[in-house]
Write a protein that binds this ligand. Sequence first.
Ligand code: GLA
Length: 388
Amino acid sequence: MNTESLLKEFYKRYGETGGKPGIFFSPGRVNLIGEHTDYNGGYVFPCALSYGTYLAARITGTKSVKFASVNFYFTTEIPLGTLTKKVGSEWVNYPLGIIDEFNKVGIEVNQGIEFLFSGNVPNDSGLSSSASIETVTGFFINKVFGNSQLNLVELAKLCQRAENNFVGVNCGIMDQFAVSVEKVNHAIFLNCDTLDYELVPLKLEGLKIIISNTNKKRQLANSKYNERRGECEQAVENLNKARPVKNLGELSLSEFEEIANFISSDIVRKRARHVVSEDQRCVDAVDALKAENMVRFGELMNDSHDSLKDDYEVTGVELDTLVEEARKIEGVLGSRMTGAGFGGCTVSLVKEEAVDAFIEQVGKNYEQKTGLKPEFYVADVGDGVREL
Ligand code: GLA
């Protein structure tokens, strides 16, 4: 949906008399490498997509907030003063969570609003449709009710808190940070412990980033995600018997190997090994990109997937099949799952001339093996949240 048709839809639902709404956009993201490291104080390397969530929003003279989305049937109108109650498991909990967190920092939504959202990030694909709806809502409220007093980093942190506290998903900072702070044709190298970051130009001469969607529903994703977080906490607790460790991200691989036997459970030790090795891969991948060594970058992507499969165990048949089939195509430098896992998408680095063969052959073979029809997006790396 372009902004013109969003405006048209807005007027159809809410009428033209209240004036022209503001139009805002926040992207989805794809993480290139550095998976399940963010909540361990490690490094990540995501970039923003040109897909995302559009928002048309207008202040009204009324005492209630109206929520509607082009993507969902459910709409609601909630009186001011009761905006901090959850509504079942509806999509409106994302913008409501944002309003709730703004309240907590003293920025109150004290006038009526008409909201119309429209997203083109496939839901449940692991491309951060939730972070994009949170951030676009937050950007609007910050501007209109908060005089833009929060900077983009503060906004990202507030959006993460909304997802943790209101929606109830214990996610790290990567998604909200990436979709807020990103710049077109850059990826963001973020230290999730200090939040220091560097925008690194994505020089992809002759290469394309292909996102492949397993189209597998991620039912268990949230509970498994929280289980992995718990395992990492347990690892840190055990390692503290050997030396003070705040989080796994602070350990080099050799430091980890020296004290790994303090972790009593084999499974927990494997989880920790993934985190520590992935952190190093993320650093190495950024170095490889800067050195324009994309073959090395691709190898690190492959290693990342294998570690997520064998040590972290968050892939599953669908993601593994997509990756396996991708790696058979000549011209594929690397392929890995991206996001939380348990379904969702893979990201592959592919020579331009191999893109068509990739989509055709991976598509055919994946469907044959899993019975699911995949989808492919050739990614354009876009800007962070903004007013259009
Ligand atoms: C999800 C979470 C992120 C991050 C990734 C895994 O996308 O929202 O915070 O933990 O999974 O890297």
